[in-house]
Ligand binder design. Structure first.
Ligand code: EPU
Length: 419
């Protein structure tokens, strides 16, 4: 297993290019099942999660060509003849569940092995299943599998108890070819949902309201193939914003949508980081005096849970007391003990973390427990005294394209050690 070694202390400068959003591309690849035609995803991020979801689709006979030189994913789902993807692959990636909506929509059935909990929480899927059921699917759970069948899906009004991103996506994808109108209320409003709607509409679907809490879908008979370029990854951009702040540097981040970045810009600005928006770029200046802040993670447009670990790393080095409250996942503080090993003063009290800024962090071996935790530990390593070895970097490779190369380009002393 690879390690990433960071020698702390370098100031960063220059510019970094942001890749397309992993959390847009995964549902979009799943949605390509809906049409029997060819779908092409341009500027796709070459990430482990993208490779795994492609393998999940291949396991039901989709033909997927990933061109790593041109960053294109070409998907042909015309030959799908099986509705039970390989369970070993499904277990590798929770987002495999996003094929439930497209499968029931196009084939009227699926059988997929149930996900277990994962490092950041139990992550049940009852909202996905309730939604599919409301559209007329008979859903059963047993022997470790979810199975569903539907002779015909019929539009319905569905109120989500919680604005789940995945449930909103699955229901949208199931509803695009259902008879009549579906209305999803208390829907997730994340930019990735809007991007999925744009992809579906370019296939011929009729989805309106994505990006708000009420999404309307009028069923159409058939969808066609399409070409789509996904949105930029707001979490990757946010991670590099924190890289500038934690190293007290000034860098340019190229490839952002200002609207999508607002929750992160607001919190970093409150801390004293200076941020200038230049079209689709951000100039982030972390050289000023930084102040402690409180953060509560919330569904979009609230502060994203996927930036919580990175902010904890930054606040560990800001004089004074900060409090982070995690409201989305019940177990997403596993980076805290690793940061404490580096000298951070963090106390966990239920869903809150109380952070007392330390003068410095010191490098040591730390374990990446999930994707964002791993990225946060790299950020801590950038400013720590001495050398930090981040292990279990396969988590990081799931969601960051060449993170060490992008940081090297900014002047960081970081490299990967293949073991
Ligand atoms: N939840 C339920 N029941 C459900 C569905 C969700 O209780 O039926 C709970 C979950 O257990 C969790 C909360 O609702 O506590 C939020 O879950 P949600 O369904 O919104 O998240 P997700 O679709 O599983 C996506 C991203 C995550 C991101 C969350 C929240 C993808 C592939 N994943 O997950 O991304 O944290 O939304 O914004 O889009 C990451 O990129 O590091 C990551 C974990």
């Amino acid at each position: 297993m690879d390690k990433i070694i960071v020698k702390g202390g370098n100031t960063l400068s220059g510019e970094v290019k942001i890749s397309s959003a992993k959390n847009s591309v995964l549902p979009i690849i799943a949605a390509s099942i809906l049409s029997g035609d060819k779908c092409i995803i341009e500027n796709a991020p070459m990430l482990e999660d993208v490779f795994v979801i492609s393998d999940v689709l291949r396991s039901v006979s989709a033909d997927i060509d990933i061109d790593k030189n041109s960053n294109k994913v070409i998907i042909d789902t015309s030959d799908i003849c099986d509705c039970e993807p390989c369970s070993e692959l499904v277990k590798k990636l929770r987002a495999s569940f996003l094929i439930m909506g497209p499968m029931i929509s196009r084939f009227g059935k699926f059988r997929i092995s149930l996900p277990g909990g994962c490092n950041i929480g139990t992550r049940p899927i009852e909202l996905h299943l309730k939604g599919l059921n409301a559209l007329g699917a008979e859903v059963s759970v047993g022997h470790g599998y979810v199975e569903a069948r539907a002779r015909k899906l019929i539009g319905n009004k569905i109120y989500l108890d919680f604005p789940s991103v995945g449930a909103t996506e699955n229901i949208m994808m199931a509803a695009v070819m259902a008879q009549g109108e579906t209305v999803i209320e208390n829907a997730a409003e994340e930019p990735e949902i809007e991007d999925l709607a744009e992809f579906l509409n370019s296939m011929g679907a009729n989805v309106t309201g994505a990006g708000t809490d009420t999404i309307r879908i009028v069923g159409v008979k058939k969808l066609k193939g399409t070409v789509h370029k996904p949105i930029y990854d707001r979490i990757e951009a946010g991670t590099f914003m924190v890289a500038a702040a934690i190293t007290r540097s000034k860098i340019k981040i190229v490839g952002i949508n200002e609207d999508h970045m607002k929750p992160i810009i607001a919190k970093l600005t409150e801390m004293g980081v200076s941020i200038e928006v230049q079209g689709q770029s951000l100039v982030v200046d972390g050289t000023g005096v930084l102040k402690p802040i409180d953060i509560k993670t919330m569904p979009y447009p609230g502060f994203p849970t996927d930036m919580q670990a990175q902010m904890m790393g930054l606040l560990s080095l800001v004089k004074g007391t900060s409090i982070i409250t995690e409201t989305i996942f019940e177990n997403r503080f596993m980076h805290a003990p690793e940061m404490k090993r580096m000298g951070a003063n963090i106390k966990i009290d239920g869903r809150s973390a109380i952070i007392e800024g330390a003068d410095r962090l010191t490098g040591c071996e730390v374990k990446s427990t999930d994707l964002r935790a791993g990225a946060a530990l790299i950020l801590c390593g950038l400013s720590a005294v001495g050398s930090t070895e981040v292990t279990d970097v396969y988590h990081i490779d799931r969601g960051y394209v060449n993170i060490e190369r992008k940081l090297q380009g900014l002047g960081a002393n970081i490299y990967r050690k293949c073991i």
